[in-house]
Design a protein around this ligand. Structure first.
Ligand code: NZQ
Ligand code: ZN
Length: 389
């Protein structure tokens, strides 16, 4: 095992009826709160009223920023930064899915600097040393943004979708109430499941080191997703299914499973280029890409990882030829994604066109090499895209 730093300082309130602690937690940071949310789902599910009641009870002065888009845009971040500065906000309260939380992270950081927040993400990579405190109430299990220090922002003008990590943007507190995800549609539930599965696969598929303990942990999380995502789609108010998915989403990406592994990710950089141009749901893009990427990276050197995955996650019999097990693993994953979760399986079905492959592939590897499970150059990524047509 390589050396690593274990530091996951997000306080989590998990379970039903924890919102009573909201006032006490926010109050540690001040009285002027910026409440951020998306397109209105929090109003439709009655959460907005509950939050406002808690804030009134605590005597907070509340400012609001609504309309944060799925695949959140830099313009929303800029609006939030303006409010933070003009209203001297003390703490930001993000209520929603990954898009709301991600945008709020960059508002919190942008409030502490003079420059445009896009400079955190473009080639200037302006340092993120400070951010206003962030508290989150999660309503969709998927990205893990509630417990990680990353965020991904889109700029439709430049067709960019760019991520950035910075410890200063870690939420101080996150409220994880599985009942708040009962209203998430089967489609978004499926996309969320694929996102967390992909976060694990990006780390698990690694030939550098043997981290048995972490591999077992990741296999357990992947089995949890395979078991509970279909149940949550069919029985949206199944508490155990929603709870298992929610806690998995956080642990898939909160840094624990990395444990010294330093390998870069592969499917995520490729997917971000799809949603940058086509504004598709992140989990859907990952579903289409992942089995093709696995097929492309399979060879004599990597086959053992596919065997481990197929046997331990999908229960494939171990007494066959390794290559046969590897192919069966990819098939079982594809069945899960496209039959069980009912996601579209090709670029053609979602309108992604081959003419954009060169530019998307070049940006995914930044014109050089994407140094993941198997290093990929532009031409490799274009081939993977072609397999997705
Ligand atoms: O906008 P509202 O009205 O709230 O509706 C949302 C949105 O339409 C809806 N929704 C959320 N909670 C709901 C609900 N509908 C009914 N009931 C509820 N309880 O779901 C839709 C999608 O929401 P969104 O926040 O966009 O989804 P998700 O959580 O999957 O976030 C996706 C974004 O996160 C980024 C993705 O790239 C994408 O931009 N990611 C962030 C990461 C991170 N911070 O670490 C890592 C990921 O890999 C990912 O890239
Ligand atoms: Zn993701």
């Amino acid at each position: 095992m390589n050396g690593f730093v274990y530091d996951i300082p997000v306080k989590v309130y998990f379970g039903e009826n924890q919102l009573g602690h909201l006032g006490e937690e926010l109050g540690k940071y001040g009285k002027r709160v910026l409440l951020t949310y998306g397109g209105g789902s929090i109003k439709r599910i009655g959460l907005y009223d509950r939050i406002i009641a808690e804030l009134k009870k605590g005597g907070f002065e509340v400012f609001e920023l609504s309309g944060i888009e799925p695949n959140p845009r830099i313009e929303s971040v800029r609006r939030g930064v303006r409010i933070c500065k003009e209203e001297k906000i003390d703490v930001l309260l993000a209520v929603g899915g990954g898009s709301t939380i991600d945008a709020t992270k960059f508002m919190a950081a942008g409030a502490c600097v003079e420059h445009d927040p896009w400079d955190f993400l473009n080639e200037k990579r302006a340092p993120i040393e400070k951010a206003l405190p962030i508290v989150t109430v999660l309503t969709l299990a998927a990205t893990g943004s509630e417990m990680d220090c990353g965020g991904v922002i889109s700029n439709p003008e430049t067709h960019d979708k760019i991520g950035r990590l910075a410890p200063a943007m870690l939420p101080k507190v996150s409220f994880l109430d599985p009942t708040l995800t009962y209203t998430v549609s089967p489609y978004q539930t499926a996309c969320g499941a694929v996102d967390m599965l992909s976060h694990i696969i990006e780390v698990y598929f690694n030939m550098e080191q043997d981290l048995y303990m972490l591999d077992c942990f990741m296999e357990g999380m992947m089995k949890t997703i395979v078991k509970y995502a279909p149940i949550a789609m069919k029985e949206p108010e199944n508490y155990e299914a929603r709870a298992n998915l929610m806690w998995t989403s956080s642990w898939a990406i909160n840094g624990f499973v990395n444990g010294g592994k330093q390998q870069a990710w592969s499917c995520h950089p490729m997917e971000h280029e799809l949603s940058a141009i086509y504004d598709i749901t992140h989990g859907l893009g990952l579903a289409i890409l992942t089995p093709r990427w696995m097929e492309y990276c399979l060879d004599e050197r990597t086959v053992s990882k596919y065997v481990q995955f197929g046997v331990n996650v999908f229960g494939i019999r171990a007494d066959k030829e390794p290559m046969a097990i590897a192919h069966e693993s990819i098939e079982r994953l594809s069945e899960f994604l496209f039959d069980t979760l009912q996601l579209k399986s090709t670029f053609t079905e979602v309108g992604i066109k081959a003419e954009d492959f060169p530019v998307m592939a070049r940006k995914a590897c930044a014109g050089g090499i994407l140094p993941g499970f198997k290093p990929l150059e532009q031409k490799d990524i274009e081939k993977i895209f072609e397999m997705c047509l």
